[in-house]
Design a protein around this ligand. Structure first.
Ligand code: NAD
Ligand code: ZN
Ligand code: ZN
Length: 347
């Protein structure tokens, strides 16, 4: 089947042309889908803190300029690449951080495609969803479940899959304590996955309104790390610390604090990616036999599972609608911690 839809030659997008400067709202050329690709008319997109890191050039590996950020985009397939048969015109799909992987390297072969050395990243190495059109690799794109609210499902494509995988990596079992440190876009969804997975949830942040959101989504106990020592508060409340700690915060201070919040034999998983370092007390790590590991988004299988939790009504992201033209204000609010849940662009 071929498309009967007419496509413009150009489309409106938010483009990073210089790091640490406002994004430029301008018209750019419509890309042509190649093999294993489809052109997608974007309908909604979440705004992840990673997009802000990308636009600021925060990380050691920087995206090439210019680029279009955005990796929580949901839209309709409007054109297929040559020989395409995985998706069809009209399908609702999404772009993700793991935009594509090679499929043949050691990491891909062993179920760790997120670590592929030849991966492409949505809104980073490949233009993303902060524009009216985008390309997806049909082997790696998200398939949006029927009946999904398109503003609400967008954050599942990065925030959701990342924390769902991160929680699995904490190896916390039902009935055990898990701390969610940082209750932003990722963290408020992490609270919900943890509850759905049968864990007992403690939320830590530095803003009272974030902690209120965490309680609304099922956290039993919350700690404002600006007011009290979160390590002491968590140890006292749980009688020895949490079995798992998931750090989604955007300040390095939270990473050091995780060590004190963890129970003996506990597992700490880092999702947050602020540039910087944190102090790691060797004695405490050894004597508590802690595991500390990083976790990067999730595989296609993790994504399917994360979307299935959403489709079954177990996860309901708190989203606020915005427009693409608001992106610079949204980034400014994100920089200052003024967003509750996730901002979601409607096109
Ligand atoms: P966000 O801006 O929505 O939320 C950040 C939260 O951290 C806010 O609630 C803020 O109040 C809180 N915070 C700031 N300082 C804190 C502190 N000292 N202690 C506790 N909480 C603190 O950001 P987001 O979109 O949720 O992303 C969070 C981080 O995760 C970013 O660094 C992002 O790049 C990263 N990320 C990683 C992956 C991955 O695969 N590992 C995927 C997506 C995002
Ligand atoms: Zn993201
Ligand atoms: Zn690979």
């Amino acid at each position: 089947m071929t498309s009967t839809i007419d496509h413009p030659d150009q489309f409106h997008a938010a483009v990073v042309e210089e790091f640490n400067k406002d994004l430029n709202l301008k018209d750019i050329d419509l890309p042509e889908p190649g093999p294993n690709q489809a052109l997608v008319k974007v309908l909604t997109s979440g705004v992840c803190h990673t997009d802000l890191h990308a636009a600021q050039g925060d990380w050691p590996i920087k995206p090439g300029l210019p680029f279009v950020p955005g990796h929580e985009g949901v839209g309709e397939v409007v054109k297929l690449g040559p020989g395409e048969h995985t998706v069809k015109i009209g399908d609702l799909v999404g772009n993700v951080w793991l935009w594509s992987a090679c499929g043949v390297c050691e990491h891909c072969r062993t179920g760790w495609e997120t670590l592929c050395d030849n991966a492409e990243y949505g809104g980073y190495t490949v233009d993303g969803s902060f524009g009216e059109y985008m390309l997806v690799d049909t082997r790696y794109c998200a398939h949006i479940p029927e009946g999904a609210d398109l503003l609400e499902v967008a954050p599942i494509l990065c925030a959701g899959v990342t924390v769902y995988k991160g929680l699995k990596m904490t190896e916390t079992r039902p009935g055990q304590w898990v701390v969610i440190s940082g209750v932003g876009g990722l963290g408020h969804i992490a609270v919900q996955y943890a509850v759905a997975m049968g864990m007992r949830v403690i939320a830590v942040d530095i803003a009272d309104e974030k902690l209120e959101l965490a309680r609304k989504h099922g956290a039993e106990f919350t700690v404002n790390a600006r007011e009290v020592d979160p390590g002491e508060a968590v140890a006292e409340y749980t009688g020895g610390g949490a079995h798992g700690v998931l750090v989604t915060a955007v300040h390095e201070q939270a990473f050091g604090q995780a060590i004190k919040m963890a129970r003996k034999n506990g597992t700490i998983v880092f999702n947050g990616l602020p540039p910087g370092e944190f102090p790691a007390p060797i004695f405490e790590i050894v004597f508590k036999a802690l595991t500390i590991r990083g976790s990067l988004v999730g595989t296609r299988q993790d994504l399917e599972e994360a979307l299935d939790f959403y489709a079954r009504g177990l996860i309901k992201p708190t989203v606020t609608e915005c427009k693409l033209d608001d992106i610079n204000t949204v980034f400014d609010d994100m920089r200052h911690g003024r967003i509750d849940g996730r901002m979601s662009i409607r096109y």
